[in-house]
Design a protein around this ligand. Structure first.
Ligand SMILES: CC(C)(COP(=O)(O)OP(=O)(O)OC[C@H]1O[C@@H](n2cnc3c(N)ncnc32)[C@H](O)[C@@H]1OP(=O)(O)O)[C@@H](O)C(=O)NCCC(=O)NCCS
Length: 159
């Protein structure tokens, strides 16, 4: 049977949507999830942008926050509701981020991701991000466990 589910649509993440975004972030990152205050502060930063993916029946599916300063766009966070994983929402948000960065005049796009985050690293590599280094002990997990960050960049000139 053909899949007739509509494509998710992307809308600008505005302040009234932050509580829903925080709930998705906490479901996506467990105890490392960001709360309403943290997300509000990030979204209020000059150059911050947020995009929300919405599904059928206005179901919130996931979101991406980014920071655009001069010629650089940074992907700050990306979270997809665990109930809708592997349906293309993450890659849709990343492609939208790259297109917006390019459209806004950025020449560099980058992000940091925990070295053990296989789903996210797989997504970024598949999309064409390339490794640009490593930050030692960048993330702190419960139990005082430290995890390195991989830094990935995207060559925006190629799109
Ligand atoms: C990473 C994350 C955003 C991916 O969202 P998603 O909507 O499930 O991803 P997509 O369906 O768009 O996947 C696109 C591609 O990424 C790769 N990928 C995604 N999840 C994967 C997994 N669990 N294992 C391996 N590869 C994976 C695959 O190549 C996939 O394509 P495919 O399904 O055709 O094989 C989601 O798993 C998430 O929210 N994780 C927790 C938060 C997080 O880690 N955010 C990123 C921090 S930098």
């Amino acid at each position: 049977m053909a899949n007739t589910a509509p494509e998710p649509r992307l809308i600008t993440l505005t302040a009234p949507m932050i509580p829903v975004a925080a709930a998705i972030h906490q479901a996506a990152f467990d105890e490392e999830g960001w709360d309403i205050r943290a997300l509000s502060e990030l979204l209020a930063m000059p150059g911050a942008q947020g995009r929300f993916a919405i599904g059928a029946g206005d179901q919130p599916l996931g979101f991406l926050l980014s920071l655009h300063i001069l010629d650089t766009a940074e992907l700050l966070t990306l979270a997809v509701d665990p109930v809708i994983r592997r349906h293309g929402v993450g890659i849709m948000l990343v492609r939208d981020f790259l297109a917006n960065a390019k459209h806004g005049g950025a020449t560099n796009a980058f992000l940091e991701v925990a070295e053990d985050n296989i789903p996210a690293i797989s997504l970024y590599k598949r999309e064409g991000f390339v490794s640009a280094g490593r930050r030692r002990d960048y993330y702190r997990r419960s139990g005082n466990i430290r995890v390195d960050a991989h830094v990935f960049r995207y060559p925006l000139a190629q799109i």
